[in-house]
Write a new protein. Structure first.
Length: 152
């Protein structure tokens, strides 16, 4: 559970902090220009390593944690409230992984010239992923609420 929470904080917390604090602070301090782009590219390069590690860690720890609860039906099972909440969480995470990979490997990769349109698309995808991250955190709370306590 600790590792699952840590990977969640690194990836999803990093996304949220980037959008609500880090990016606005950089733009306010440096103005909208090439310096902001340079800082964000450097930040994204470093953060993406942690994000990829967190994605793998979340998959591994999530699979291990799912089997611990007697309410767990199956991967993407909808037999009870716990499984429904967990399945919704998994679907949201899959969407986040897809958006993250598309944004970092296709739209914003270092070899690509970033046109204003691509920068705008990259920012939109970042914001969408933040919204999904909040939804994942909400569904995670539901999963915890529906989980049966351990006996013994």
């Amino acid at each position: 559970t600790f590792l699952h929470d840590l990977f969640t904080v690194i990836w999803m917390g990093g996304l949220i902090v980037t959008v609500i604090s880090y990016l606005p602070s950089i733009k306010k301090s440096l103005g909208a220009g090439p310096q902001v782009k340079k800082v964000m590219m450097s930040f994204q390069k470093r953060q993406s390593i942690w994000v990829y590690i967190s994605m793998g860690g979340l998959i591994l720890t999530g699979l291990l944690m799912s089997n611990r609860n007697p309410e767990f039906d199956s991967l993407f099972g909808f037999g009870n409230a716990y499984s429904v909440a967990l399945s919704i969480k998994h679907i949201l995470v899959i969407l986040m992984v897809g958006l993250t990979l598309y944004r970092s490997l296709i739209v914003s990769r270092p070899q690509v010239v970033m046109t204003p349109e691509k920068e705008h698309l990259s920012f939109k995808l970042l914001v969408i992923n933040v919204i999904l991250a909040v939804a994942v955190l909400f569904s995670s709370g539901l999963v915890s609420a529906f989980a049966k306590p351990f006996s013994g």
